[in-house]
Design a protein around this ligand. Structure first.
Ligand code: PAF
Length: 295
C-alpha cells in the first residue's frame, strides 16, 4: 500500500491507469470505521483501490467541528493495510488549496433543502474537493456511503451535468448491531447521547414498518419519524422525498428517501432509508442508478 502525501506523488498511479482494471476511488475524511471499510471492500471488488484521507476545510461552516474532527492517520493506515488497497492519498491543506478564494463548484438543485439548508456552503465545499480529487486521481469509479444520501445525489448531479468521466456508486449504510448508523462523529457521543441517537434509526424503521403496513401519507410518515426522536435533541429536519429530484411527493410511493438530521449534542447526526414502494411492497433500494457521464 503506497502512501501518497502530495499531488505530485499521484504520478505513481500512472502505470495503474494504463491497466485494464478500473481505478476506484474511495474519498474519506479519515477517522475510518467499519462503514468506510465496507466501501473499500466494495471498491476492491471493482478494481484497484485508492483511498483519499483529507479533512476538507471548505465543507465545514463557521462553528462546525473542523478543528476537532478526529484525525489519526496511523490508525487509518493500519485499518486499510489488510484490505489490499493500492494507495492512500493523504495530502495536507496547503497542497490541496494552495491559495484562498479560488474557483469553487456551485452545487445544483439537489443541494437545496435538507442538509443544504442547514449547512450553507457545505455542498460547495464537498463538490469542490470531490471534483479536485476526481481530477487528480482520475478514477474510473468512485464509491460513496449512502448514509450521506444528499451528498451522493449532489455529486451524481455534478458528474452528470459537468460530464465528468467517472462512474459513481452508493454503498449501503453500515450499522452498529443496535441499528445506529456508523459515523466518525459517533465518537463524540456520551453513553446517554448515544442512547438518544438510536432514535434516528429506530424512528426511520418505524416509518418503514408503517409503509409495510400500508401507510402512504407523507405527513403521517414524517410524524411517525419525528415521534421517535428524543425531545431533548434539536431536530433539524425530517423529510420524505423522491429520488433523484428530492421533490416532496403527494403520496409515499415510488423511489423514496426518508431522511433525518438531529443535533444529539455535541454531534450533528444524519440517517436515512432509501426505499422502493410500489404495489408489490416495500424494498430497500440503491440511491443512484450507477451514474456515469457520457464519455
Ligand atoms: O463524506 C465524506 O467523508 C466527505 O464529505 C468527502 C466525500 C470525503 C469529501 O470531503
Amino acid at each position: 500500500m503506497d502512501l501518497l502525501r502530495t499531488r505530485a506523488d499521484l504520478d505513481s498511479l500512472e502505470p495503474r491507469r494504463r491497466q485494464d482494471r478500473p481505478l476506484v476511488l474511495v474519498p474519506t475524511m479519515g477517522a475510518l470505521h467499519a462503514g468506510h471499510l465496507a466501501l473499500v471492500q466494495r471498491a476492491r471488488e471493482l478494481g484497484d483501490v485508492v483511498v483519499s484521507i483529507f479533512v476538507n476545510p471548505t465543507q465545514f461552516g463557521p462553528g462546525e467541528d473542523f478543528q476537532s474532527y478526529p484525525r489519526d492517520l496511523e490508525r487509518d493506515l493500519d485499518l486499510l493495510r489488510p484490505l489490499d488497497v493500492a494507495a492512500v492519498f493523504a495530502p495536507d491543506v496547503g497542497d490541496m488549496y494552495p491559495r484562498e478564494g479560488g474557483v469553487t463548484v456551485e452545487p445544483g438543485p439537489a443541494a437545496r433543502g435538507l442538509c443544504g439548508a442547514d449547512r450553507p456552503g457545505h455542498f460547495r465545499g464537498v463538490l469542490t474537493i470531490v471534483a479536485k480529487l476526481f481530477n487528480l486521481v482520475r478514477p474510473d469509479i468512485a464509491v460513496f456511503g449512502r448514509k450521506d444520501a444528499q451528498q451522493c445525489l449532489v455529486i451524481a448531479e455534478m458528474v452528470r451535468d459537468l460530464d465528468l468521466p467517472v462512474r459513481v456508486i452508493d454503498h449501503p449504510t453500515v450499522r452498529e448491531s443496535d441499528g445506529l448508523a456508523m459515523s466518525s462523529r459517533n465518537a463524540y457521543l456520551s453513553t446517554e447521547a448515544r442512547r438518544r441517537a438510536l432514535g434516528l434509526s429506530r424512528s426511520l424503521q418505524a416509518a418503514r414498518d408503517a409503509l409495510v403496513g400500508g401507510e402512504r401519507s407523507v405527513t403521517v410518515l414524517r410524524e411517525t419519524i419525528r415521534a421517535g426522536l428524543s425531545s431533548t435533541d434539536e431536530v433539524e429536519y425530517v423529510e420524505l422525498r423522491t429520488v433523484n429530484d428530492l421533490a416532496v411527493p403527494t403520496l409515499a410511493e415510488g423511489h423514496l428517501l426518508l431522511a433525518v438530521a438531529a443535533r444529539v449534542e455535541p454531534a450533528r447526526l444524519i440517517d436515512n432509508l432509501v426505499l422502493n414502494v410500489d404495489a408489490s411492497g416495500v424494498r430497500d433500494a440503491a440511491l443512484l442508478d450507477d451514474v456515469e457521464a457520457t464519455r
